[in-house]
Structure formats: C-alpha cells, structure tokens
Ligand binder design. Structure first.
Ligand SMILES: *[C@@H]1O[C@H](CO)[C@@H](O)[C@H](O)[C@H]1NC(C)=O
Ligand SMILES: *[C@@H]1O[C@H](CO)[C@@H](O)[C@H](O)[C@H]1NC(C)=O
Length: 266
C-alpha cells in the first residue's frame, strides 16, 4: 500500500513533466492546424450546436441518405484529429456531425479479425465436468484516425515508436529514483527505470496472473495500464509525438517483471 502511494506521487510528478513536454511540442503546431483553429473560432461564434456522432460507415451513409443534413455554405467541415467534423443544420437546428469510428468491439463478441484470444477455460477449469462457460477474450485492432487523411481509419495494434524520442527515453535508463518519500514511507525494493519493453493498455483491471502471463507470452507486453493508449492515440491522431512514462505500482512481488518498473513507451 505504501509502495503504491509512493509510486502514485512519482507518477504525478512524471505526468506534470509529460504535460510540459506536450506543451513544448504544441509550440510547433503546423500552419494547417492553425487554419483549423481559426475556422473553429469562427464556427463557435455562431454556436451552440447539437452534437451528432455515428460509429459505422453504414450508419453514416444512412444518415446522409436522408438528405436532412444541410452543410454550412461557408464552413461545411473542419478536419481535426483525423476526423471530419461537419457543420450544418438539420431542420434548421445547428448541428455538428462526426463519425468517431470503432474503438473497442462494441458488442463484446470474438470475431475472426481478432489478433489473439485468451481462453478463460485454459486457466480456470471448474471441478465436475470441467467446462468453463466464460468463453474467451479477443484482442483486435483499433481504428486509428490520423492527420494524414480525414476520416480514413487505419487498423492499429501497436503504436509506432518515434526514433528521436526513443533515443531520449534510452538516455534516461539508469536514472536514480528515490526509494523513500520520507523517513517513514519507503518502497520495499529500489525502484528502477526500464526502457525498451512493450507497454499495453487494458480496459479491465488486470489483477490476474493468468491474463498478465498471456499478454507477456502472446504480445511480449511487459506492462498494462488503463489509460496510455487513449493519450497515445489522441496525440498521434493530431500529429504530436509523445513519450509515456508509466509508474508501475499496482501489484505485489508476485510477478517481478510487473513491479516497480517505470516504463517508457512512445
Ligand atoms: C457484433 O456481433 C455480430 C454477430 O453477432 C458480428 O457480425 C459483428 O461483426 C460484431 N461487431 C463487431 C464490431 O465485431
Ligand atoms: C510521509 O509521507 C506520508 C504520505 O505523504 C505521510 O502520511 C506521513 O505522515 C509522512 N511521514 C513523515 C514522518 O513525515
């Protein structure tokens, strides 16, 4: 528990540092984005708008086929974060429409497009006839929208490393990290900074050795958090490189590779 709190404080400091880095990178916003921001300001001057979001292209096509959406003659759309935000009206009500794309498989089914599957029954067999009805969890690609082309989702499983930032991350290895917050609150082991492993993000709390083993064996994922991929995808969708520094603290000494690692990924 103490170790967890210490690591949380440390993570907070790192997050502040990351935000500072993001601000620095933001200074280099391209002129294309500046044009978008000017447009957005103009569009906002005559807001408020009703927000309308669809997920699938079939939904989008059905929506446009109704002919109810009338694009704004001056600013019909703004391209932002790889998406096309369309500005207009529906029956004279001001609307901004966007297709967000599919993130997590929304109906929870395992599909043929899965990259890998974890069968719960391989790890947990009940007594009796030994049939585990929990089925399996599938891992599939995310849809990634980028600044390259608006509304053209690409499949994404691993986010690409930026070599410059990877080099910076490598230079941080070996950095001295404090073991204690103060005289009474210390980690049980000396914390260390590790770089070069694969970080992953889960949408469930992975306090489960079998799941972690599966992730390590199948994807060589050394760590799992619950937030990085959202930050990574948002930054990359907007054309910003980033460096994620994760303070790993949630687990006990059960699995050594998951504890007290400060993990870097790009
Ligand atoms: C949702 O489930 C149906 C089958 O019930 C499947 O055909 C469809 O592909 C699934 N959607 C996704 C996004 O996997
Ligand atoms: C050490 O830090 C913890 C957490 O901030 C605090 O609760 C505790 O009182 C501190 N102990 C000392 C001796 O300052």
């Amino acid at each position: 528990m103490a170790a967890r709190k210490t690591a949380q404080c440390f993570t907070m400091l790192l997050l502040v540092w990351i935000f500072l880095q993001v601000i620095l990178v933001s200074a280099a916003v391209s002129s294309k984005k500046r044009v978008s921001w000017i447009k957005i300001k103009e569009i906002n001057k005559v807001g408020l708008y009703i927000g309308l979001v669809t997920v699938y292209t079939t939904e989008e096509n059905a929506f446009f086929a109704t002919g109810a959406f009338m694009p704004n003659p001056k600013y019909p759309f703004v391209d932002l974060s790889g998406r096309r935000f369309r500005v207009g009206t529906i029956y004279e009500k001001k609307v901004i429409y966007v297709r967000c794309g599919i993130g997590l498989n929304p109906n929870g089914t395992v599909s043929s497009s899965d990259v890998a599957e974890i069968k719960i029954g391989s790890y947990n067999v009940p007594q009796g006839d030994g049939l585990n009805m929990l089925g399996k969890i599938g891992y599939s690609n995310e849809q990634f929208f980028s600044v390259k082309e608006a509304n053209a989702a690409e499949p994404l499983f691993w986010a690409e490393v930026n070599q410059h930032w990877l080099h910076l991350a490598a230079s941080l290895e070996g950095m001295e990290l404090d073991k204690c917050v103060n005289s009474s609150l210390c980690l049980t082991q000396k914390p260390m900074l590790v770089f070069g492993l694969k970080g992953s993000t889960a949408n469930i709390f992975l306090d489960n050795a079998a799941s972690r083993d599966f992730l390590f064996k199948t994807f060589e994922a050394s760590t799992a958090d619950m937030e990085s991929s959202a930050v990574v995808m948002t930054c990359l969708s907007n054309g910003f490189p980033l460096l994620v520094i994760q303070g790993m603290s949630d687990l006990d000494q059960e699995i050594i590779r998951f504890i007290h690692l400060v993990h870097l990924l790009l």
